[in-house]
Design a protein around this ligand. Sequence first.
Ligand code: ATR
Length: 280
Amino acid sequence: MAAPADRYAVMGNPVAHSKSPRIHALFAENTQQKLRYDAIEVAIGLFEERVAAFFNDGNHGLSITVPFKEAAWYLADKKTARAKTAGAVNTLWRDENNCLNGDNTDGIGLVRDLTENHDIPVKNTRILVLGAGGAVRGVLAPLINEQPALITVANRTFSKAEELVEIFSQEKKSSNQVRLNACSFDMIQGDFDLIINGTAASLQGQTLPVSPDIINPETVCYDMMYGSGETVFNKWARESGALKCIDGLGMLVEQAAEQFFIWRGVRPETASVLAALRGC
Ligand code: ATR
């Protein structure tokens, strides 16, 4: 009898709509890796128990999505440097010593989508990040590592932007010359090469109370969210005259590719998977 396939899953709540099973199945098919990847909806309060049971059954790795990324951070015995500063873990696996490892691949997913898929440089650029919640915290370290000239974090609640800038100013290497600023939406000033939306406003169908004057004809806009059509933020950015508007589907595929690499040691090709998800 053939050995059962190595088993992986995404845990979240809700999780039925997750694209991760399809993405990882395509990666497995394209790299001839034998594995099974499911979506597991976990009731709030049962996360720790379900993770332990999953790994105790001899299974291999988990993707963690909303609302459990912070709980996964606390659960991981060992965290990568980028996971430590992210304050959230989206990738879990057990090593040969039975130790539960945690990583956060969201930021590297964003950077790869920008720099490799879209040829958008980050080094020496001026970046505006909108939002200061968990999603933004998860991507700041990999963005800072690319050594942009400036990152301004703007948020509806100013104190949260300030707090993030404080954390990451202390964490960044002294050789990294990036300037980090915090402001509220109505205090945004300056010219930006790249504007990244990491707020949850698009999910609620809301436009941000931000002046369209922050966009110039050279500005690239990136919404970390994605949907079946153009996101609310990207519609606003396009109508405000942005050079290019990109949604977060590429980031989703790239962060999954990094997980696949962590678990399997094989780096899957992503372009065909992204095209399949877009229905091209
Ligand atoms: P996530 O994990 O998606 O980042 P979060 O940690 O709750 O979720 O953070 C949500 C982010 O979206 C925050 O920056 C939030 O702003 P506040 O810190 O002021 O709450 C932002 N956000 C959510 N809805 C918004 C809206 N309608 N307008 C502007 N910002 C919004």
